[in-house]
Design a protein around this ligand. Sequence first.
Ligand SMILES: *Cc1c(COP(=O)(O)O)cnc(C)c1O
Length: 388
Amino acid sequence: MIADELASQLATLERDGLTRSVRTLASPCGPRAVVDGRELVSFASNDYLGLASDAALIEAAIAGAQEWGVGAGASALVSGHFAPHAELERRLAAFVGRERALLFGTGYLANLGIVPTLVGRGDAVFSDRLNHASLIDAVQLSRADSHRYGHNDIGMLERLLERSSARRKLILTDAVFSMDGDLAPLPELFSLAERYDAWLVVDDAHGFGVLGPQGRGSLAHFGLPPSPRIVHMGTLGKAAGVGGAFVAGDASVIDWLLQRARSHIFTTAAPPLLAVALLKSLELIAAGEARRAQLAALATQLRVGLTDTRWRLLPSPTAIQPVLVGDNHEVLRVAAGLAERGLWVPPIRPPTVPAGSARLRVSLSATHTSEHVAQLLAALRELEHAAK
Ligand SMILES: *Cc1c(COP(=O)(O)O)cnc(C)c1O
């Protein structure tokens, strides 16, 4: 019986501390979350700039709904591409310094669109071992030969590129690794792309809005000039606070995506009211130095506060500050201890991260205060001995 099989598989997950469940929030996304009737300080969202519940964005969304209704009615290519979408694509392209940009429903869909559109059978993709699941799935969908290199291991990547005789090559990387918070060495990856005539696809889900001058993203952070071989993907549901994603690049690449990316062609366009909200979000991101400075100050406070404790932070310069725990059951115990103290920090376990590297993923937001971080530090200190 299939049902019995599933029941036994679920029991195995339970035994291994790998069962997942959703928590229902009774409050909007922000530094405080009401869950099961309790208010917790949340370090669980990717709303890095605190825009998800920003009053100006809410106002823009309401105005967008009044002007454009609530649904797009069709895919972009049929009749779902409205003036706010067109304006947003223009503004996103200009913001990240590229010729054109194309909107997607989500980052997952953007990645599923990019890779199979650029490479196929007989081509080769070179991926960082810690890349996001959406990139891994995208490679499978492309049917290209898949090569994985060790995390940020430029030497290994070069050896793989050297040996490859594939017609087209594509290097694929997270710009900011989503469960580690560290950065990919984009200048070195770009040099290799040039030397071996490869595409470089950069998934900037966690860098867009946060890194670089005015939050223009990871490529701007490294001062990399636009290149026809760089494809820049960014998501709009994290720092931008709304939802969706974009791909920016040379006009020919974007036009090719428009012709061929199935996850763009065969899906209903996002409601135009979201594009209206995102136009406001882009303004706030560009003018968001104070928010980014607050984010950096909170990260420093957390890192300084955990020195000389048993807690090991991974080396991250971003808003993602993971505390390495290791064991699946222990990470659940520590997360439960934090919850008892009014704090929500998600425990991250395999397969999201490699076996034996379960962690608490502390995610900071500009709307956190130093008191919130102090509360987290105090709770972690209390749990230092209890959790051993
Ligand atoms: C979140 C994330 C995505 C997916 O973006 P969504 O808009 O949430 O679908 C893709 N890549 C990375 C690295 C991410 O962290």
